[in-house]
Design a protein around this ligand. Structure first.
Ligand code: SF4
Length: 350
């Protein structure tokens, strides 16, 4: 019987090398890639689709690295959407956050638990990752690697081929499917050894190791997540609420009201998809951004929003800028204002 393993594949150098190594040892690979909804490239791809043809955003090369790695090494990749179940991990991580709002330990435990279910579903024998001992401060210390193996439920069923010789033997070694001598002993933050192996094995196409794809590690994004959690009941939060934190300029203009202002046509058009969920303001006669209003704005708040929107529409105007405001319970209306003072709105920014 050919031994089959489930690989957690991001498409980065480490997971690609781990897959390649096991392939060389005769293991049949099935890759999985979990979509949390917090992937930067995924978001850029969505906004690119709303951007004008020929624009920089539209023309960026935003390939899915996991699919690319699977295609290069000729093994299948299943992309599994875990975005809905994933939210409690972000709002209530048992092991806390990293430097921003990244609940990395809980996230790894959660994903590996999902990988275990998938392993059982497809009749594979074990799961592997590209994790390297000591490479990442939060999740790849020896004790944390052990904790993640144990709490994901995988335990012995989890192999980390790049550092396996430095870790206790796991099922594939104990069962004799893989010899310990054929595994690696890489550790630490340097990627030198991985790059040498990539050269030696002819693995040429991989993203730069420094480029992370998770919004939750971004401190600006983290501020918006914190603001959202502080101003909304957790039971009311939906994944969509986190999605829209990724686009536009965000300002909290009062405890009850927050606004998002599009920065270009792609973002404006994306914001306009939400018209049935949130009120929006658009300039009536001038080109300018779409502004989404979240919360329960007072009349004062609406006046403030209009002045801010005027600033981003016609900052030098000497006459009030007119807007069409749609989606309020009180009905659609025209509003107008002179531009706000740019210095005064700085404190609203998230
Ligand atoms: S960086 Fe993001 S995707 Fe990666 S482990 Fe941390 S929370 Fe999960």
């Amino acid at each position: 019987m050919k031994i089959k393993a489930i690989g957690m594949i991001s498409g980065g150098l480490d997971s690609t090398l781990a897959a390649y190594l096991l392939q060389r040892l005769g293991i049949d690979i099935q890759g999985v890639n979990f979509s949390t909804g917090f992937c930067l490239t995924e978001h850029q791809r969505i906004i690119a689709n709303y951007s004008p043809i020929g624009s920089k955003r539209r023309d960026r090369n935003l390939r899915n690295e996991a699919l690319r790695a699977g295609s290069d090494l000729r093994f299948p990749i299943e992309i599994i959407d875990i975005s809905t179940d994933y939210l409690p991990i972000v709002t209530h991580p048992k092991y806390g956050y990293g430097s921003a709002m990244n609940p990395c330990i809980d996230c790894r435990i959660f994903m590996l638990g999902k990988a275990m279910n998938y392993m059982r579903e497809v009749g594979a024998q074990f799961v592997f990752t590209g994790e390297v001992l000591g490479q990442r401060p939060m999740t790849q210390h020896r004790r944390t690697l052990d904790l993640i193996s144990k709490n994901s439920g995988l335990g012995d069923f989890l192999l980390r081929p790049l550092s396996a010789k430095l870790l206790p033997p796991t099922l594939p070694e104990k069962e004799g499917w893989i010899r310990r001598d054929d595994l690696l002993d890489i550790q630490g933050r340097s990627r030198k050894r991985q790059m040498e192996l990539a050269d030696e094995w002819g693995v040429e196409d991989y993203p730069q190791p420094a480029g992370g794809c998770c919004f939750l590690t971004d401190r600006n994004y983290a501020r918006r997540v914190r603001d959202l959690i502080d101003h909304r009941a957790l039971s009311d939060l939906r994944h969509e609420d986190f999605l829209i934190l990724k686009l536009g300029r965000h300002m909290r203009i009062s405890p009850n009201t927050k606004i998002i202002i599009g920065r270009d046509q792609g973002e404006n058009e994306y914001i306009e998809r939400y018209l049935t969920s949130y009120p929006q303001m658009k300039p009536m006669t001038l080109p300018g951004p779409t502004t989404m209003i979240l919360g329960s704005p007072s009349d004062d708040d609406i006046a403030k929003v209009t002045a801010i929107a005027a600033l981003y529409t016609a900052p030098q105007t000497t006459i009030p800028v007119e807007f069409y405001l749609q989606g309020l319970d009180s009905g659609d209306m025209k509003v107008s204002a002179m531009p706000a003072d740019p210095e005064r709105i700085e404190s609203y920014r998230l």
